[in-house]
Design a protein around this ligand. Structure first.
Ligand SMILES: Cc1cc2nc3c(=O)[nH]c(=O)nc-3n(C[C@H](O)[C@H](O)[C@H](O)COP(=O)(O)OP(=O)(O)OC[C@H]3O[C@@H](n4cnc5c(N)ncnc54)[C@H](O)[C@@H]3O)c2cc1C
Length: 430
């Protein structure tokens, strides 16, 4: 006699902060069966860039749950109280905690949830006519709904592909590889937060200091993250909902104009870096870092024992050619459809090759309306600059949780705002 496999109400694929937040908001729903899968053996947040001094770019109250469910047991304040450090954190005066502490918090929360499974890789998602089948390294799970939270793949410049990965690598590999920078000539590509963190890290360690750093960026300067008050309203639910209702062409233009709200460098890091360069040059007599503005890495050629990097001025002019030993590409992440969904591609509504995302963060598809594929951190086109950010993590998870549950379990409606973010039409109502 064959037994029908259990069908979960929701299977989460990938458990970074995004799906961990959804797990936290659904963990205590008695009538909802959920499981969240993660390929790593334990919660581990961007380990290759878990730099000792790195700070969060958002306030600690923008945690997994607090903005929508402040009494949830998996909140950051609950973590602070449980680990007996709330008073001390308040004494530090910090509103943005070290990145290592945010990871500690996520691990603490993950350890207390029983709907997570670590060490399980999801391989594909299919539709069997009645439910989704999530194929994993530990068997097949059946699900009414799926939430894909697998993060974004690293992006390398074309000329940096095909080289020895020990010598030319993405910044997300920085701490995962041998720390062999001492005395080397290192090129760092990219003038955003990660590029600045890499350079700061290389300049900070006496033992690992490269002989020379060439730091190149297409940007016209090392531009600060704009988190001034009115700009910060871009990270409120109301702006995301408003953005959703903008015409497509306008959305792209708005994202371009507001880029430094999400892609700039934290002011405190810029200050630290500037002071570090000052001290090294004027107190220690070294000038180990050359910063190339308005220039991009155009070619990278293998020479005898080294790499010849050509930096091309963005607005034309004579390229600079320099030999280096290592190249760190802090060049961001690819936005696009998760490979896990390739088997469902023909059933999804695609726009410019990427699935269309509905107001409840589910993909537009031709299957039954009550079965949905939700996406976390894959709707920047529809929801704007806040989508890849942690600010609206809890809100997005609450929108998804409400959609799965079929009722308004969490209040995800309008909040108080200084600016007027009225959606242009009813289509944006999540
Ligand atoms: C170094 C760094 C620091 C950042 N700091 C901030 C910040 O301070 N503030 C902010 O707002 N944003 C920050 N961001 C941006 C963003 O918030 C983070 O990238 C965040 O981790 C996104 O969460 P996520 O859960 O969507 O993806 P991820 O954190 O990438 O998690 C995805 C998870 O899915 C797993 N996975 C992938 N494929 C599979 C599979 N097939 N099967 C099972 N598991 C799988 C991965 O192992 C991973 O654990 C930062 C980004 C980086 C890179």
């Amino acid at each position: 006699m064959s037994t029908t496999p259990k069908t979960y109400d929701l299977v989460g694929v990938g458990t970074g902060p995004a799906n961990l937040s959804l797990a936290a908001l659904t963990a205590r729903e008695p009538d909802l069966s959920t499981v969240f899968l993660e390929r790593k053996p334990a919660f581990d947040w961007h380990p290759g860039l878990m730099l000792p001094d790195a700070e969060m770019q958002v306030h600690f109250l923008k945690d997994l749950v607090s903005p929508v469910d402040p009494t949830n047991p998996y909140s950051f304040p609950a973590f602070l109280v449980d680990t007996k450090r709330l008073y001390r954190l308040l004494v530090t005066g910090r509103s943005k905690v070290p990145r290592r502490e945010f990871e500690q918090y996520c691990r603490w929360a993950a350890d207390r949830m029983d709907n997570l499974r670590f060490g399980v890789t999801s391989e594909s998602v299919e539709w069997d006519g009645g439910a989704f089948l999530v194929h994993t390294t530990d068997g097949v799970l059946r699900a009414r709904n799926v939430s894909v939270g697998t993060g974004l793949p690293a992006k390398l410049p074309q000329c940096a592909t095909g080289h020895d990965p020990e010598r030319v690598f993405h910044s997300e590999q920085l701490l995962k590889r041998p720390q062999d920078f001492a005395g080397k000539r290192v090129a760092v590509v990219g003038g955003g937060q990660s590029g600045a963190e890499v350079v700061h890290y290389l300049l900070s360690s006496q033992a690992q200091r490269p002989a020379k750093i060439i730091w190149g960026t297409r940007r016209t300067n090392l531009l600060p993250l704009d988190d001034s008050p009115f700009i910060d309203e871009l990270f409120l639910p109301d702006f995301s909902r408003y953005f959703y209702t903008l015409p497509e062409a306008e959305r792209e233009e708005v994202v371009g104009r507001l880029r430094m709200a999400s892609d700039g460098i934290s002011l405190s890091l810029l200050q630290d870096l500037y002071r570090r360069l000052y001290d090294l040059e004027l107190l220690e007599g070294e000038r180990p870092c050359r910063i190339l503005l308005d220039q991009y890495l155009a070619t990278l050629e293998q020479t005898d024992g080294a790499l010849l990097a050509t930096w091309q001025p963005a607005r034309g002019g004579t390229p600079l050619r320099e030999e280096v030993d290592l190249v760190v590409c802090a060049t961001g992440y690819e936005h696009g459809m998760s490979e896990l969904l390739l088997g469902l591609k023909d059933r999804l509504t695609l726009q410019h090759g990427t699935p269309l995302v509905r107001p409840d963060f589910s993909l537009d598809w031709d299957g039954p309306a009550q079965n949905r594929i939700y996406v976390q951190n894959a709707a920047r086109r529809e929801f704007g600059v806040a989508d890849p950010n942690l600010s609206l993590l809890a809100w997005r998870s609450a929108v998804i949780a409400n959609s799965v549950l079929g009722y308004e379990r969490y209040d995800t409606g309008a909040v108080s705002t200084a600016l007027d973010w009225e959606p242009l039409s009813a289509v944006g109502q999540a």
